[in-house]
Design a protein around this ligand. Structure first.
Ligand SMILES: NC(=O)c1ccc[n+]([C@@H]2O[C@H](COP(=O)([O-])OP(=O)(O)OC[C@H]3O[C@@H](n4cnc5c(N)ncnc54)[C@H](OP(=O)(O)O)[C@@H]3O)[C@@H](O)[C@H]2O)c1
Length: 347
């Protein structure tokens, strides 16, 4: 099928900035990558139908791994991180999009198999592009970003499994992190009693302002008793950390409850027996936001722009320019960041 005519004037030949991850020249070891702001041109970008002028991207845990050229995230060097972006269409070879339209991209291969959003221009397949719904701007779309989209998918999954606010408390782990704090805020907005689990007691006020009814220390959901089942405390859980924390939550979930799992910052192993599943009918539901089907993707963004949008989102935002993001990457890998870090790839 012939491609539709481009709907915008050709992109300027001016160079623009991006964050580039390269193999360390001195050691030539992929695991010792260097990151630096570089100038590139539109012609350097990978092929795709939609060229976007990036207004905002963000820092997610996966981006922090990409800066280290982690082989689970980055397939080829050199690489531009940024698993999400929002901005304006500069040119489109797809009739679905027109120049000047506000759009966002999260997931798919952006920032992993393909150069990502830490770049003033991004080119992607049209199938990855979502029009920014009314109620959001490029900035608020990236205040959510991949983290908010993942949090919303997790909440959606709990609802699909019948976990409603009248069933009891819902717990969120990694609560000050990107996914965690947005899960707390969305669940509270929807009327759930939310327990926020954190390793940062100094951020308790922020979590309460987001709507957490109770704050628990991380250690409270790190059971090492060896018991196959624990007292059933939770109607549901949004786990963002994995490892023994996820196993503890599953053993402490009520009959027919649901636990969503999206992350691995606390470990990729799951030390568990089958008893929570066969005696309590607990569901463990995996979240793979990168491959969320388009219809569901649109539906979730509509919720985020409307009835699920928490008040006070701006309190979560820290904004950095490209050169400053590397300090935040180190802090994130050390588990010291909180909220959402928005990345501005243009001056
Ligand atoms: N599957 C998907 O679709 C998907 C999408 C997005 C993200 N993720 C994954 O979800 C996880 C969270 O992502 P994010 O972007 O929200 O990361 P983040 O902003 O770095 O948040 C992670 C949070 O986890 C807690 N934490 C850090 N180290 C920990 C440890 N050793 N043990 C227990 N808790 C620890 C911290 O919160 P507290 O200090 O408050 O405890 C931290 O803020 C990551 O593993 C990421 O790869 C998956």
């Amino acid at each position: 099928m012939p491609l539709a005519q481009p709907t915008a004037k050709p992109a300027s030949a001016e160079p623009f900035p991006c964050m580039m991850v390269r193999r360390d020249e001195q050691t030539d070891r992929r695991t010792q990558a260097t990151c630096a702001v570089e100038s590139i041109h539109t012609g350097d970008l990978p092929p795709g139908e939609v060229l976007i002028a990036t207004e905002w991207s963000s820092l997610n845990y996966k981006d922090a791994l990409a800066c280290q050229a982690h082989p689970g995230v980055v397939r080829k060097l050199p690489h531009v991180p940024g698993i999400d972006c929002a901005g304006t269409v500069l040119a489109s070879e797809s009739p679905q999009f027109t120049a000047g339209q506000s759009v966002l991209v999260t997931g798919y291969d952006l920032g992993s198999g393909r150069w990502g959003g830490w770049s003033a221009q991004v080119r992607v397949p049209a199938a990855w592009v979502v029009p920014i719904p009314a109620g959001l701007t490029a900035e608020t779309a990236m205040l959510y970003g991949t983290a908010g989209f993942t949090a919303a998918q997790s909440v959606h999954r709990l609802r699909q499994h019948g976990v409603t606010p009248d069933h009891g408390d819902v717990v969120v782990t990694g609560a000050t992190g990107g996914v965690g704090c947005l899960a707390v805020a969305i669940l509270a907005k929807l009327g759930y009693q939310v327990t926020a689990v954190t390793g940062k007691p100094e951020r308790a006020t922020l979590l309460e302002e987001l709507g957490a009814a109770r704050i628990l220390d991380r250690d409270a959901v790190h059971d090492t008793s060896g018991k196959t089942l624990l007292p059933a405390r939770w109607a549901g859980a949004v786990d963002t950390v994995g490892g023994n924390t996820l196993a503890t939550l599953l053993r402490a979930t009520q009959h027919r409850g649901c636990v969503t799992a999206c992350g691995l910052v606390a470990g990729d192993q799951l030390p568990l027996t089958v008893y929570p599943f066969i005696l309590r009918g607990v569901t463990l539901s995996g979240i793979d936001s990168a491959q969320c089907p388009p219809a569901s993707r649109l539906q979730i963004w509509q919720h985020l722009a409307g009835d699920w949008k928490p008040d006070g989102l701006q309190a979560l935002a820290q904004k950095v320019a490209l050169p400053e993001v590397l300090d935040k990457v180190q802090a994130m890998l050390a588990g010291q960041t909180w909220g959402r870090i928005l990345v501005r790839p243009v001056a």
